[in-house]
Design a protein around this ligand. Sequence first.
Ligand SMILES: [Zn+2]
Ligand SMILES: [Zn+2]
Length: 270
Amino acid sequence: MPMFVRDPCGIVCILLTYFAVLYADYVVVRWIILQTMQNSLWGPLHVVLFNSIIFLLIMAHVKAVCSDPGIVPLPQSRVDFSDIHSGTQSILQREDWTVCTRCETYRPPRAHHCRICKRCIRRMDHHCPWINNCVGEQNQKFFIQFLVYVGALCTYAIVLVVTSWLVECPGCSTDVNVKQSRILHCVILVLESALFGMFVSAILVDQLQAILSDETAVEQAQRQGPYRLHKSRLALLSEVCGRDHPLLWLLPCGSVTRSREEPLLGHLDV
Ligand SMILES: [Zn+2]
Ligand SMILES: [Zn+2]
């Protein structure tokens, strides 16, 4: 079930993300392409390519924001702790499952409680204000896609700014005011792209390291795991990205198949 966390910091971060993307699009189209590539076929080509990346970025972002990160269902009745010790119910015999002390959810091994979402999340990595959601088992793929597209957009924007100043432009406006505005917008765009680009690269490297060592950020902090070291790198990546062909991993469509480990507790009476 999709959810939306009412966290002011998260909502500000989401608005900031969309503002930054819209501003980058404005500068690229209005001040770079329309100013320097008016009579060239490169102009429309760059407009289409740049906006395609923006489209994929927004799709991945919406998916990461609105997806259920893997919330463990709340018990239908209060957990009776005596049952856990007597082991009279079959599901409570699972030794690796624990009861969350904050939300009383009976949860599988790699689930952790998020204080902002106020729920336990399966294979929780961290709570990310930029998607106003937890990064967990079921939306980590979309989160990584979002990082990749932000990185691609930042690189593309910087390349466009640099080439637009290097390549000679006979048709460019010689008006001083126009030129000054163009310089100002280009400088802001380069700063914005460099900042966000370095930020997402750092998180992306972290995410890939976490997936390949089969250890979430929460587990790294708690020094639990690593869990299943015998798995191949491809198997570990496909746990997050799904069983489709790796070439399809970057498409922000479809959904990640539910956990391959444990049955859902929601169907059982606790
Ligand atoms: Zn909890
Ligand atoms: Zn959270």
